[in-house]
Structure formats: C-alpha cells, structure tokens
Design a protein around this ligand. Structure first.
Ligand code: NDP
Length: 322
C-alpha cells in the first residue's frame, strides 16, 4: 500500500510517500481501506519532534474508510461497513489497522471527507465547550483562530449553547467565515486587544479557548473577567513559556487549564457518547464541518505547509487515492 513515512524529524519535506506492506488485523482489530484522511495540527508537532514517537513512523491519527477485513473478536463490524476513527496511529495510509473500539459507524448522509475530520476536531470542540469551564448560556467567551478546524466547530457549539462569542482571526475572508458560523464579534489580530475584548464583554470574558498558544497567551489572560477560565488547548504559534502562578491571582483569581482530548474520551463509553452528539449535529444540519482543502496523500507535505502558514480554513484532508 502507499503510505506517508517519516524517518527523521523536521519540516514538511520529511513527509515521504513510500510503498509498505499492507498491515493485517490481529484479535480485536480491523483493517480499514481509507477513503479520506484527517490532517491535524498535532501531526505537525509529531513531525517536528515537539511530541516524540519512534522513527520511522506513519503519521496521522484519524480518517474514514470502509472495513476491509476483521480480526477475531470484532462481532459488530463486517467488511463494507463505513467507519471513522481518531487517535489511531498510522492514518496517512491507504490501509489502517484500528482497534475495533476506535471505530464509529458513519451514517449515509455524512461524506467521507467530513467523516475523516469530525472526530479529532469535533470531539475536541465538544469536550472544550462541555467540560473545561463553569460558564453557562449568556456568558461571553473568546475563541482564538475561529476560522480553523477546531475553531469553526467550537464557535457553532458555543453559539448553540447560548454563549456570546468573540473570536479572532487573521484575514477578512476568514472573519467572514466566522460571522457566517454565528460569531457575534470577530476581531482581526491587531485590534484583538484585551481592552477591546473587555469593552465588548462588559469587563472581561468568562472563558478563553486558546489554541494558538505563545502569541496569544498574554492577551487571553488579560481578557478574562474575574474568576474566568483560560482554556489553553494548543500551540499553533508555539508552546507557551512557563507561567508564574501569581499571574493568575493578579488577573482576577482566574483558572488556567491545559486539557488534552485523550483525557475526555478516556473510556469507550465517553468516546461514543461525544461522537454520537457530534454526528447527530452533522446529520441534522445543526453543525457544519467545512473541509477547507483536500490534498493528495502524496502531497502531505503541501498540506502541512498550508496549515502552518495559516493559509487554511476549516478541516484539511488527504485523498488516499492520489
Ligand atoms: P487550525 O485549523 O486552527 O490551524 C491553526 C490556526 O491557528 C491557523 O489557521 C491560524 O489561524 C492560527 N494561528 C495563529 N498564529 C499562528 C501561527 N503563528 N502559526 C500558525 N497558525 C497560527 O488547526 P486545528 O484546528 O487542527 O488545531 C487548532 C489547535 O487545536 C492546535 O493548536 C491544535 O494543536 C489544538 N488541538 C488541541 C487538542 C487538545 O485536546 N488539546 C486536540 C485537537 C487540536 P488565523 O490565521 O485565523 O490566525
């Protein structure tokens, strides 16, 4: 099969396309023929070596496809089933072996590329909005990078729960997208100052969801109202340097949390519950997942370059047929 492989950490050029043996499913596992692969920012951290894994490896952790064959002990799945998965290593490939419990059924109305992106980013937006803070409907939240993959879903989920949403982005066309998704105020970075956020929110927001990290952290902290929560969930601009806890006191007894998806889908039950809610939204149309661009599997480096140079909006996928 064709797969993308990394033999050394580095820039997008370390993403090579190679021929490797198609894997076989063991007990409790399923072999899936991929129809679309999800590209996520975390893939760039692994590629660069910010997060470590053994070399060589096939990057990627999510996608969608069709069950090709099943190992022993997977009674609920049969060849031909449409499925999606996340947190499964080796997804930048034409075939993926996944544990049966990682696979969720994809309803007919959900397209392959949407299915390939709905879990990692969808479940992230879901746990961020449901389980990382104490704010409730009517409160104002700030979401950084609202036009991005997680950002677009988070705006919609926040609006649906009655939050007032302020979001930030870098260009006029991205700002337009955020407005179409329901954001109440969209700030381009130069005007996204704590003063402006405090003015729009009447004294500071209840929650900031910050996936940008280093470049926005200070602004995010200074945008919080008293006893607000800064949910730092990513590092698109680089990791945040160590923080003196005294700063949380000075900012108004605020809370700082740095959550990760794995802890919010730690049981199969929780994983499936969150996935079902995301899927329900996609099927009934209350949640829209925009796939901003699709690259050939053999051009995974192009996908990473586009993502890291802020040229993308929404989710990014790879087409394993090309
Ligand atoms: P995005 O589609 O949001 O892409 C990143 C966006 O960040 C860019 O489009 C850009 O938007 C913004 N950005 C701001 N500054 C920079 C910079 N210096 N370099 C690059 N981008 C910058 O990516 P994802 O939706 O895949 O991921 C968003 C964040 O969520 C990432 O940090 C990722 O690691 C994190 N994440 C965290 C999870 C968790 O559980 N903790 C799980 C999944 C994702 P703009 O041009 O509008 O500024």
């Amino acid at each position: 099969m064709r797969a993308v492989q990394i033999t050394e950490h580095g820039g997008p050029d370390v993403l090579d396309t190679v021929e490797v043996d198609t894997p076989s499913p063991g007990p409790g596992e399923v072999l899936v023929r991929t129809t679309a692969v999800g590209v996520n920012y975390i893939d760039t951290y692994f590629r660069e070596g910010i997060y470590r894994t053994e070399l060589p490896y096939i990057p990627g952790s999510e996608g969608a496809g069709v069950v090709e064959s099943v190992g022993e002990g997977t009674p609920d799945l049969v060849p031909g089933d449409r499925v999606a998965w996340c947190q499964t290593p080796g997804s930048y490939a034409q075939f993926v072996v996944a544990p049966a419990e990682a696979l969720v059924a994809v309803p007919d109305g959900v397209a392959d590329d949407v299915a390939a992106s709905m879990l990692l980013q969808g479940l992230t937006a879901h746990y961020l909005i449901t389980d990382t803070h104490r704010a409730s409907g009517g409160d104002t939240v700030l979401i950084t990078a609202g036009a991005g993959g997680v950002g677009q879903l988070l705006i919609q989920m926040a609006v649906a729960r009655g939050f007032r949403v302020i979001t930030t982005t870098s260009t006029g066309s991205k700002a337009q997208l955020c407005r179409e998704l329901g954001a109440h105020h969209v700030l381009l970075y130069p005007e996204a100052t704590p003063e402006k956020v405090r003015e729009l929110s009447g004294g500071g927001v209840e929650v900031v969801f910050d996936g940008v990290g280093r470049d926005t952290f200070d602004t995010s902290l200074a945008s919080l109202g008293r006893r607000g929560t800064l949910v730092l969930f990513g590092a698109a601009s680089g990791p945040v340097p160590p923080v003196d806890p005294q700063r949380l006191n000075a900012a108004g007894s605020v809370f700082l949390t740095r959550p990760t998806l794995g802890d919010f889908i730690a049981t199969t039950e929780e994983y499936r519950e969150r996935a079902a809610e995301v899927m329900e939204g996609l099927v009934d149309g209350s949640l829209v997942l925009n796939v901003g661009a699709t690259f050939a599997l053999s051009d995974a480096s192009g996908a990473h370059r586009a993502l890291q140079s802020r040229r993308t909006t929404g989710s990014i996928t790879l087409d394993p047929a090309r």
